[in-house]
Design a protein around this ligand. Sequence first.
Ligand SMILES: [Zn+2]
Length: 322
Amino acid sequence: MKHSASALLLIALLSPASLASPATTADETTRYLRVQDGRQLEVLISNQFKPAMRDNLMQWVDYIAAALGGVYGHWPTRHWQISIAPTAASSSEPIPWAQVRREDITRVEFFTAAFASADELQRAWTSYHELAHLLIPYQGSGDAWFSEGLASYYQNILQARAGLISEREMWQRLYNGFQRGLAETQFDGQALQAVSDRLREDGGFMRVYWSGAWYFLAADTRLRLQSGGKLSLDKALERLNQCCAEERLPVPEIVARLDQLNRVVLFSILYDEVANSTAVPPFAAIFASLGIDIEDGQIRLQETGPGARLRRGIVAVPAPAL
Ligand SMILES: [Zn+2]
């Protein structure tokens, strides 16, 4: 298993985590408990997994939980669960299916291959996407583009911060995502809000997910630019987490509170702009302000200059709040 220096830092930041002995429950899962700064993560692992796989799963869970915890210096919710069951379908993917359930206790459900190494599990992007959904309070139904955009943006950031992908690869993946969104031209001319509301019926996942990711990239870049690097999306979301993590807030309320808590006029205006956008908004100017060049579809990162400094701040693990 490979760990980069930044991944080790992440894990070190989040220790000590206490470990209770696993208990078998009636519904044939084994329960593991992780406690960190008074916050609890229950891990429910199906007994259908062999013991060696259960060890791999727990190694992986500790790794991804540390990656998520690196954003605010703690997990976003006081009590949460991860449940893991083997997938019935044969698949070459280590994690073919996953979803977040926001019930009384927030639960992330993973369906994995019957056997996979901890390294293979850690390298699958799916878990970073699912865990990133927890960074904001539950928004209820509606505005799927917002939470999917958040998860699509942060899945790449979390992988880069953990050292699983390079900074260049992270920007390449965002670029590729925007291109996939732009390529879904059958929804051009329709407002994102409308496409998002009919996502399950009509499709349009790439347009919806990557327009949403654009929202968070645009917000992050503007915050950092306007504040000379003092503000960031991490910090803005952390303030929302501090006040309102356990509330249920529709997205217009989330963006209003983000503006209010961070004393900025940004999130609500950008929300209206993106909800009414009729294609993935242009990203070239944002990339240019971050010292990112595009040549024949390939990302080139500028090494020096104000853009490069700003851009590196996005991949750096945030310093813990004092
Ligand atoms: Zn998602």
